[in-house]
Design a protein around this ligand. Structure first.
Ligand code: HEM
Length: 210
């Protein structure tokens, strides 16, 4: 496997994992309850969101690194960090780099969310939608072999990215509509509350009645 193939494969797995991460985040944000609804089992959505977030972050950071060893169109380290003067597709790669830095910010601020406070953390977390838009554009437009060949939207890997983009866009739209229809959903949807996570719940659980 060439360095360029390795970079592409890492990027594809990172994109799929981050798409899954966003879908789980959307479920948490509408207080979806897997035990009450489908699949009627206790699932720790918060743990899955964390896991896919940090693993997706690690793979996203690893994704461009093999380009430093590519036989053709080798990237210098500075061009990997900020590819505006990259030997291939500088604009498309710079969009990917911006997405990467946004994912770093979203994941790192989540680690320090208690220090930041819920409101500020949440606003930073909305940056994940911009990150997603950029990594989908980057993934679809990037030239897989750095060969200058025209974009093939029906190529197998591109189709996977397009499906991820459509599913994330549809789920984000549904979440936005849900929030408009249920402005007080957070309080009302707690018939079976999520475990209290300091900094995430809107309010601490009230003490049990005496
Ligand atoms: C890795 C550490 C992360 C933690 C601890 C974390 C935590 C959370 C939590 C608790 C929620 C629910 C917020 C609520 O109360 O409504 C959430 C939502 C969300 N997360 Fe994360 N997250 C992490 C990483 C990421 C990453 C890397 C992305 C994407 C790049 C992401 C995308 C989202 C999205 C799209 C939502 C739904 C936001 C909304 O519309 O309300 N998260 N996250």
């Amino acid at each position: 496997m060439s360095a360029i193939d390795l970079a592409g494969d890492l990027g594809l797995v990172a994109l799929c994992l981050l798409s899954l991460n966003i879908l789980i985040g959307l479920l948490i944000s509408v207080r979806y309850n897997p035990r009450r609804d489908w699949p009627r089992r206790r699932l720790d959505l918060f743990r899955y969101h964390n896991w896919t977030g940090y693993t997706g972050l690690a793979l996203t950071v690893a994704h461009p690194l093999p380009l430093a060893w590519a036989a053709r169109h080798r990237f210098r380290w500075g061009q990997i960090a900020w590819p505006i003067h990259a030997p291939s597709q500088p604009l498309v790669n710079t969009l990917g780099a911006i997405a990467l830095y946004l994912v770093v910010i979203v994941a790192v601020t989540s680690y320090y969310r208690l220090l930041l406070g819920r409101r500020a953390w949440k606003w930073v977390h909305y940056g994940s939608y911009l990150a997603a838009a950029l990594f989908f554009v980057h993934g679809i437009a990037a030239d897989p072999a750095l060969s200058g060949a025209p974009l093939d939207p029906l190529d197998g890997e591109k189709v996977v990215i397009e499906i991820c983009a459509l599913v994330v866009a549809a789920a984000s739209f549904a979440r936005w509509r849900y929030a408009r229809r249920h402005p007080r959903a957070r309080r009302l949807a707690s018939a079976v509350p999520l475990p209290y996570v300091p900094g995430f719940a809107d309010e601490a659980p009230s003490p049990p009645p005496r």
